[in-house]
Design a protein. Structure first.
Length: 388
């Protein structure tokens, strides 16, 4: 098949993807095509992306360290802000050690391929993020997926594969496209019972859930040094990059084995400095978290009470099931005409037949904008769902 033919087929299936360009700083409202719209599909959950403290920290670091790191961490790219951030993240998460990666994608690929290979087995939730899936595929380990959240199925797999090499259980903490939280207590019990290693990617829980914003594990009162956790700076922290936290020896192994850590230029020090500033705010201003969760609950519960399918969401990520990808795009376009930006999320990001509008609420959305959005979404969705 030619490339043009492949593109034509993507278009025909309603799966073609295009950019929407934001013309000013990220925030609850942004400008697109010269027009201000309410932004309801950003991961800037706490409104930190344009926070003056992050901008100032980055500026100051640029004045002190220049811009690029210009080598990988293990050559000459390790600069003071990298080291400070690793120490700060380990402290924030209450863990022995931390290692930075340039993105969550790279963290997941590097982590999984470092811990599993031929002769090992990886058991993963079917709804895990693509970066976890890619890490599992790349590792060369036997890779089995269990139906979303199905602990009986997982236990069956654990029984069958017990005692054959290293066993990894891999899950999102907050599922990125569904907004539900993994059954982490059950997962901890199963990994103990079957001697497995548990990896939790809490990209969307970090900064948001738990009293101190430490994420899904904190929210559920789980403290277990053996769990390996991934978090990102590009979402609630409003910055960029990612990290893995866990026992010291895990971090040491990743420093020596993770190809996506070793063979890439280190993050610009100014980015690390901005992330440091973000952690300070997350710790100092819990009211951002409570405001976000209250507003998310309002949007989620109102839509649910009106009979719309929010797919089991319990967090600030609120999917609205549409089903057909073309209908989903149509909804997204019509919403934009009404001044609301929500992307249509379609396969392969989500399973076939489950195209959805993924609404993400942020702490700095006004109630007036959220009221307007809920009313507009409700009336458009009703029309779309009941359309012949
Ligand atoms: C669960 C999850 N893990 C990892 C990532 C990747 O993180 P990053 O955007 O930093 O590459 C994302 C989102 O992009 C995500 O939703």
């Amino acid at each position: 098949m030619s490339i043009l033919e492949e593109i034509r087929r993507i278009k025909e299936a309603g799966l073609y993807r295009e950019f929407r360009t934001i013309e000013d700083p990220q925030g609850p409202r942004v400008r697109i095509g010269g027009r201000e719209v309410i932004l309801l599909c950003s991961n800037n959950y706490l409104g930190l992306a344009s926070h003056p403290a992050l901008v100032e920290a980055a500026k100051k670091a640029m004045e002190t360290y220049g811009f690029g790191a210009c080598a990988s961490r293990l050559v000459s790219g390790t600069m003071k802000p990298h080291v400070e951030l690793e120490e700060r993240v380990a402290d924030f998460k209450g863990r022995e050690g931390a290692i930075l990666f340039n993105s969550g994608y790279q963290a997941n690929v590097g982590l999984i391929t470092s811990l599993a290979g031929r002769g090992d087995i990886i058991l993963a939730d079917k709804f895990n993020h693509a970066s976890l899936v890619d890490g599992c595929l790349l590792s060369g380990a036997l890779f089995k997926r269990y139906p979303h959240g199905d602990m009986d199925f997982l236990e069956g797999l654990l029984k069958r594969h017990h005692g054959r090499g290293r066993v990894l259980i891999v899950t999102d903490g907050v599922f990125s496209m569904d907004g539900d939280v993994a059954p982490l207590k059950d997962l901890v019990w199963l990994k103990e019972r079957y001697g497995a290693t548990l990896i939790v990617d809490d990209a969307h829980g970090t900064g948001v859930l738990g009293r101190g914003g430490r994420g899904s594990l904190e929210a559920l009162g789980i403290k277990d040094e053996s769990i390996i956790e991934v978090g990102t700076f590009g979402k609630a922290f409003g910055s960029f990059g990612a990290f893995v936290v866990g026992r010291k020896e895990v971090i040491e192994l990743l420093r020596n084995r993770a190809r996506s850590f070793i063979y890439t230029t280190a993050l610009p020090p100014a980015v690390a400095a901005a992330s440091l500033a973000a952690i300070e705010i997350v710790e100092r201003e819990p009211e951002r978290r409570s405001s976000l969760l209250e507003k998310a609950s309002f949007v989620r519960e109102t839509l649910r009470q009106r009979g719309f399918d929010t797919l089991g969401s319990r967090t600030h990520i609120i999917p609205l099931l549409v089903g057909d990808p073309r209908a989903c795009i149509r909804m997204s376009e019509r919403l934009l005409e009404e001044g609301i930006f929500i992307q249509a999320i379609r396969p392969p990001t989500v399973p076939l037949g489950t195209s959805r509008l993924r609404i993400t609420v942020c702490a700095d959305h006004s109630m007036k904008d959220l009221d307007y959005a809920v009313e507009t979404i409700s009336s458009l969705l009703k029309e779309e769902v009941h359309a012949p």
